[in-house]
Write a protein that binds this ligand. Structure first.
Ligand SMILES: C[S@@+](CC[C@H](N)C(=O)[O-])C[C@H]1O[C@@H](n2cnc3c(N)ncnc32)[C@H](O)[C@@H]1O
Length: 250
């Protein structure tokens, strides 16, 4: 967990000192929190819901399971998980408190507060003992983490033996022509929508740049394996615009 003062990383297409990234990411999500859910629906034309259902299909939640949903934001994945499991418990952890505040409002509206905890924390230093959770999810979160490998190592630590990791993240389209068309849409349309709907072009510019910078499916698969996960596999969603990576703590 050492932090070298000279090390740099990406913040979108900018190169920034590692120690600045988390604060910049928090700035983005502080600024979008109140509009996050509506923007997600508009920008993805509702497809993020389909991807999250695909995540649940592969995960197949079971009654009584204990989920840790890291970078859980407004709680989408946890709500779906609890709905599918019937009963269980979900801990939503996120770096940005205003995102959790929005999620808690939704939980209150759905009378789900008893099955949920909301914790402010960092994916790279989880405030839980080892072998605690049955399932670890991170959805559209890991590309924002300064050192994703450390987040995966932490996932492995807090899962109990037999526990399951599942990561939903934007990925790379294997077909170059399609990638070009997708880039045209994302770089031209999404920041403008961010400006028009949320009055915040810069946050959505960061969003599309961070998507473009994230490792491709095979590279990320090797990172999942490097953290210790067995039976690591991935599935593309919508031709690779997003991907699900799964692994087990065996
Ligand atoms: C795009 S949102 C995803 C929210 C939710 N999981 C979803 O799928 O709708 C990304 C979230 O990651 C959180 N995040 C970024 N870096 C983090 C870190 N190092 N540890 C925990 N959460 C982090 C942000 O605060 C933000 O709420």
């Amino acid at each position: 967990m050492t932090q070298d003062a000279d090390k740099t990383t990406h913040f979108g297409f900018e190169t920034v000192p590692e120690h600045e990234k988390a604060g910049r990411v928090q700035g983005v999500f502080n600024s979008v929190a109140s509009k996050y859910d509506i923007m997600n629906d508009v920008m993805s034309m509702g497809i993020h819901r389909v991807w999250k259902e695909a995540m649940m299909d592969w995960l197949a939640p079971r009654p009584g399971q204990k989920l840790l949903d890291v970078a859980g934001g407004t709680g989408d994945v946890s709500f779906k998980f609890l709905g599918r499991a019937g009963h269980g418990h979900a801990t939503v952890l996120d770096l940005t408190e205003p995102m959790l505040v929005e999620g808690r409002k939704r939980a209150e509206a759905d009378s789900l507060t008893g099955s949920l905890d909301w914790v402010v924390g960092d994916a790279m230093a989880l405030p839980f003992p080892e072998n605690t959770f049955d399932v670890y999810t991170i959805s559209f979160g890991i590309r924002n983490v300064t050192r994703p490998q450390e987040a995966l190592n932490e996932a492995y630590r807090v899962l109990r033996p037999g526990g399951r990791l599942m990561v939903l993240e934007f990925s790379q389209l294997p077909n170059p022509a399609m990638q070009k068309a997708y880039d045209l849409y994302s770089f031209n349309v999404i920041p403008r929508m961010g400006q028009a709907i949320a009055g915040d072009r810069d946050s959505y510019q960061y969003l599309v740049e961070s998507i473009r910078n994230f490792p491709d499916q095979e590279t990320f698969l090797s990172m999942v394996r490097a953290a210790g996960f067995g039976q690591a596999k991935y599935r593309n969603l919508t031709m690779g615009i997003a991907a699900l990576h799964s692994g087990w703590k065996l």
